[in-house]
Ligand binder design. Structure first.
Ligand SMILES: Cc1cc2nc3c(=O)[nH]c(=O)nc-3n(C[C@H](O)[C@H](O)[C@H](O)COP(=O)(O)O)c2cc1C
Length: 222
């Protein structure tokens, strides 16, 4: 697989096959993705990887937390800026509408939409996952550099025949994740990333998000 194919084939996968992915695969992904660039080569990322019995224990313990706190806690950062402007607002809205349309859940079916959202907290059925954290000292630059690692992980996984979904939704469960992995206080949890084999028959994996054309996002001076 070449880089272009990996970039264009990767989608956020939201239904996975019941087929295991173990620590060996997660290590192999990270062993490639660790070559991602970062400003000053600071490599500001901290990665927590979950599979096998660890994943089973995570799911069991999270189940108790979800039962007592179904909506989740306040996030430590704004996932989107409050009052997000155009065109970002409309793009986000369309993405959500297209997602729910793919599985036939209309706007009025609030319960159905919430149940779909809650699947984030089962990694959409994925057998493995990563979580990412940064030292609280780090600023926007280093957050961007962590994003480079995350995308490189997704592309490496793609090459290995695996599918992924980045999941900021886990920001609503940061206390549980911190306790589970023993994440030190000086680190801030950012995001989760589900890893597994895509369920090719699942309608939620059958749609594609759109992208603005080059001339909408770029200014050329030639
Ligand atoms: C950092 C990051 C966090 C995301 N968090 C979630 C999430 O919590 N749940 C979810 O279903 N999708 C999540 N997504 C997926 C985005 O909605 C998706 O990347 C976007 O709509 C583009 O679609 P594509 O990934 O299929 O190309 C996240 C994406 C990124 C980059």
């Amino acid at each position: 697989m070449n880089v272009t194919d990996a970039i264009t084939q990767r989608i956020s996968t939201r239904a996975f096959l019941d087929k295991p992915v173990g620590e060996a695969e997660l290590r192999a992904i990270l062993d490639v993705a660790r070559f991602s660039p970062s400003g000053g080569n600071c490599q500001p990322w901290h990665v927590y990887a979950l599979s096998g019995a660890g994943m089973a224990r995570f799911r069991a313990e999270l189940g108790d937390v979800m039962a007592s706190d179904p909506m989740g806690e306040e996030t430590e950062f704004h996932i989107y800026p409050p009052g997000i402007k155009e065109p970002y607002r409309s793009r986000r809205f369309k993405c959500g509408e297209d997602l729910y349309a793919s599985i036939g859940i209309p706007r009025e079916n609030k319960g159905g939409r919430l149940m779909q959202l809650a699947k984030n907290y089962d990694f959409f059925g994925a057998p493995a996952a990563f979580f990412f954290a940064l030292d609280r000292q780090m600023g926007p630059g280093q957050w961007a550099h962590l994003g480079m690692l995350m995308q490189t992980i997704c592309l490496t996984a793609e090459e290995m025949g695996l599918a992924t979904c980045m999941q900021e939704a886990w920001a609503r469960r940061h206390s549980f994740i911190r306790k589970f992995f023993g994440v030190p206080d000086e680190l801030q949890l950012y995001c989760g990333l589900a890893v597994g084999y895509k369920d090719p028959g699942a309608p939620i994996n059958s749609w594609r998000t759109e992208r603005a054309p080059v001339d909408e996002i770029a200014t050329f001076v030639s």
